[in-house]
Write a protein that binds this ligand. Structure first.
Ligand code: HEM
Length: 456
């Protein structure tokens, strides 16, 4: 067993990933089975070199090295070949800015995400999901992936802009957003950027939606500024934020970019987590029974601390299906990691997906087992092994928001419905910008609440 006390004096294994081809690098395994490939790399070393097309990179496989990278954002700065393209949608904002801009931005945005502020959003979450479930019919089929994406997008937009000021603009934003998100993903993975400058109908649609989205959000910002009142929503929080250290506030462009960052970050992540949870519950009926029992006992609560089992289910879902399968950092100055020299400009990759499926950290790692998060067992999980929200100064700013939305939504669905996958459906993780999933058609069976006796 290794000495875990000092990261600098330990002996680490540095290796090259197998399957490298001349010119193509590791493009073939990365394209064919990216999640399996990345997850397998820890067998080869703690720091493993892989070639992303023309870009040499290192995958950081050991949790302690990942912690070291995430705790030192000055040396291991935000960046990488794919994520630069996010600037198309959100300029230079909290989620994609370099270290030099990050601290000021984080100080300005953090107060809007305080627990006391986000607690009031639970009603929006509840009402949007209730309205959607009211359209479900006993024995009907719902394509859950699109449905929950639409619900979380509505929640995100309404929590941002809760007032009549936003009015119809919110609906228009919601219709532009999927076009822009999809177009952005295509541009991120495009082998040849020039493709997306051609005047094709798809490219024109993307540019039109992007321009419309920008104009709509700037229009709303202008209206909020004119009204000058705190409406208790996120937009008001961003507009009134003031950073004492730099004596600055967010400019209109910065507020616009933050709104885009928020909408992009808040929709896909929570919707996908809910889909995976419901998919696993259908496959694990005893877990479903316990979840239903808790939902029946605590129907209508918005107190997360009481929803113990529901939180365990969400934790276990985020362990097996965290959205971040391939996060990157750029080395900003010559340094070393795992005793290996890394020149400035080196790309580092970390994957919470791979880390959280490491059998050395999680026995029977591929099994969906919410009881891992019972307090005594959770205490045995080594620090740094479970990081679905990242860690360090760039840890997800929406973590409490996401937990609130996923836990409350899951218990709200569980109180009314049992969902069964349409037989024959093949469901698999699809590594896109985040770990996504394809269509999830499920049959909706209404439930009768279990009695208190059954629930006990
Ligand atoms: C299940 C839901 C979610 C998961 C698992 C998740 C995960 C993450 C992760 C892993 C990071 C760090 C990425 C890195 O290391 O480069 C991150 C950053 C971020 N997330 Fe989330 N996220 C979720 C939901 C949300 C929501 C709901 C919001 C907004 C309300 C949000 C806003 C952000 C922002 C703004 C950042 C950048 C933070 C910074 O750099 O300071 N996320 N998220």
């Amino acid at each position: 067993m290794r000495d875990l006390t000092d990261i600098n004096t330990r002996s680490w294994t540095v290796a090259t990933a197998p399957g490298r081809l001349p010119v193509l690098g590791h493009a073939v395994p990365l394209r064919r089975a990216p999640l399996e490939f990345l997850t397998s790399l820890s067998q080869h070393g703690d720091l493993v070199r892989l070639d992303l097309g023309r870009h040499p990179a290192y995958m950081v496989c050991h949790k302690d090295l990942v912690s070291q990278v995430l705790r030192d954002p000055r040396t291991f700065d935000w960046g990488g070949p794919f994520y630069e393209k996010t600037k198309l949608l959100m300029g230079n904002t909290l989620g994609n800015c370099p270290y030099r801009d990050h601290r000021r931005m984080r100080r300005l945005v953090q107060p809007s995400f305080r627990l006391s502020r986000i607690a009031s959003y639970s009603k929006v979450m509840h009402d949007e999901l209730a309205a959607e479930m009211d359209t479900w019919r006993p024995g009907g089929t719902v394509e859950l992936n699109d449905t929950l994406h639409a619900v979380t997008a509505r929640v995100g937009a309404k929590v941002l802009m809760s007032t009549d000021i936003a009015g119809d603009a919110v609906e228009q934003i919601l219709s532009c957003l999927p076009i822009v998100m999809d177009g952005m993903y295509r541009r991120v993975v495009a082998p040849w950027a020039g493709l997306y400058r051609l005047p094709t109908p798809g490219n024109r649609r993307f540019e039109a939606a992007r321009t419309q989205l920008r104009d709509l959000v700037h229009g709303i910002i202008a209206e909020y500024r004119r009204a000058g009142v705190d409406h208790g929503d996120l937009m008001s929080g961003l507009l009134s934020a003031h950073d004492e250290e730099s004596d600055t506030a967010l400019t209109d462009v910065e507020v616009h970019d933050m709104v885009m960052n928020f909408l992009a970050a808040a929709t896909e992540t929570t919707a996908t987590a809910l889909c995976w949870a419901l998919y696993e519950l259908d496959r694990n009926r005893e877990c479903e029974r316990r979840l239903h029992a808790e939902a029946d006992r605590l129907a209508g609560t918005d107190d997360l601390s009481t929803l113990t089992y529901t939180r365990q289910v969400i934790n276990e879902t985020l362990r097996l299906y965290p959205p971040g399968w391939m996060m990157t950092r750029i080395v900003s100055e010559d340094t070393s990691l795992a005793g290996h020299p890394l020149p400035a400009g080196t790309i580092l990759v970390y994957s919470s997906y791979a880390l959280q499926r490491d059998p050395r950290m999680f026995p029977d790692a591929d099994r969906f087992d919410p009881d891992r998060w019972l307090s005594d067992r959770a205490a045995e999980v080594p620090p740094g092994a479970m990081i679905p929200f990242g860690s360090g100064s760039r840890k997800c700013i929406g973590d409490n928001f996401a937990m609130m939305e996923t836990v409350l939504s899951l218990t709200q669905i569980a109180a009314r419905w049992s969902l069964r996958l349409v037989p024959g459906t093949k469901v698999r993780a699809e590594p896109r910008a985040l770990v996504a999933m394809g269509p999830l058609p499920m049959v909706t069976h209404p439930r009768r609440a279990t009695t208190r006796q059954e629930a006990a």
